[in-house]
Design a protein around this ligand. Structure first.
Ligand code: 5GP
Ligand code: ZN
Length: 114
């Protein structure tokens, strides 16, 4: 979608460090990492938020998690633990309106979510 930062990353017009890619999912390093490992997993099909994923398209979420677990195992995070987060909407703290799943790890994360 025009004017979507993450669609521009998918198109290659905004550079990024890719971590994972298949025909449906792209993962790349967050530009402002909050942990030693902070990757974003996005569907290649533009969808504004989790609320815009229709019931018939819920495989999108499964595909994101399948990609996450591939990366988690490759980077050994399964042995140490990690966190996944999908911020959704204004009160959920979503800044970029293209569904994205944060993968955080590589340090002891705080128990706080707020
Ligand atoms: P949100 O707050 O919407 O859940 O997370 C958006 C994330 O996107 C933030 O962690 C932010 O650092 C990241 N981000 C925003 N713009 C860019 C960009 O141009 N490139 C990359 N790699 N990450 C970005
Ligand atoms: Zn987009």
């Amino acid at each position: 979608m025009k004017d979507c930062i993450f669609c521009k990353i998918i198109e290659g017009t905004i550079p990024t460090t890719k971590i994972y890619e298949d025909d449906r999912v792209l993962a790349f390093k967050d530009i402002s990492p909050l942990a030693p490992i902070h990757y974003l997993f996005i569907p290649k099909k533009h969808t504004a938020s989790l609320c815009d994923v229709s019931p018939s398209e819920m495989d999108t979420v499964k595909e994101l998690y399948a990609a996450v677990m591939d990366v988690v195992r490759k980077e050994g995070l399964d042995k140490r633990g990690f966190r996944t987060v999908i911020n959704t909407g204004e009160m959920g703290g979503q800044a970029v309106p293209h569904v994205h799943l944060h993968l955080l790890g590589g340090k002891q994360l705080s128990a706080s979510f707020a």
